[in-house]
Write a protein of this length. Structure first.
Length: 175
């Protein structure tokens, strides 16, 4: 019995260590997350305000959406593929009293229509953002702001905070 417990503990520790180097797009990457401080930087830099509808592609624990709703008056839609994070973020939103402002959908963001967004949040690796680029250009209205953290996307940049690695882009007019 002791050996079994030991094996389980060792496996859990290995899983914990591995999750720290897992690619940030993977549902198994709990260490890649946006802090409340970064969420505030993102909202300020993107001039998030009441009336904005933020789509967070890969919303994780919902931290950025909760800050945007509570402190900046925005509403939000989080798209998250990992059922555990969908569950914990929904709980946090419920206990935070933000249920009327934030909705979390358990979906693959490639399959979600994002036309309703006025702001997009993404903390994803460049390869995934490059795959999302044409979808964003096709579906988003010109003037929609796209906010990325750490990694950049090939769109016209309108603001940046290099120290905090936050970048804001704007969807250009259609040609
Ligand atoms: C680096 S984490 C960022 C989480 C959160 N946005 C934050 O900044 O704290 C990336 C998130 O994207 C989610 N994700 C990855 N691929 C996805 C997909 N195709 N559709 C929806 N969510 C996805 C992962 O499960 C993970 O929660």
């Amino acid at each position: 019995m002791i050996i079994l417990i030991l094996i389980v503990v060792i496996l859990l520790i290995l899983f914990f260590l591995l999750s720290m180097v897992w690619p940030p797009d993977s549902p198994w990457s709990p260490w890649w997350r946006t802090s409340p401080k970064i969420a505030r930087v993102q909202c300020k830099l993107a001039k998030v305000k009441k009336g904005d509808v933020i789509y967070d592609l890969g919303s994780g624990e919902g931290t950025a959406l909760m800050i945007a709703a509570r402190e900046f008056g925005a509403s939000g839609v989080g798209i998250e593929i990992d059922p555990l994070r969908v569950f914990t973020s929904r709980l946090a939103i419920l206990f935070g009293g933000l249920n009327d402002k934030i909705k979390i959908e358990r979906k693959n963001f490639f399959a979600v229509d994002v036309t309703g967004a006025t702001v997009i949040f993404m903390y994803l690796i460049p390869k995934t953002m490059a795959r999302l680029r044409s979808k964003l250009l096709n579906e988003l209205k010109p003037g929609t702001r796209v906010v990325t953290f750490v990694y950049k996307i090939d769109l016209p940049m309108i603001a940046k905070d290099e120290i905090n690695e936050v970048y804001v882009y704007e969807i250009p007019k259609k040609k």
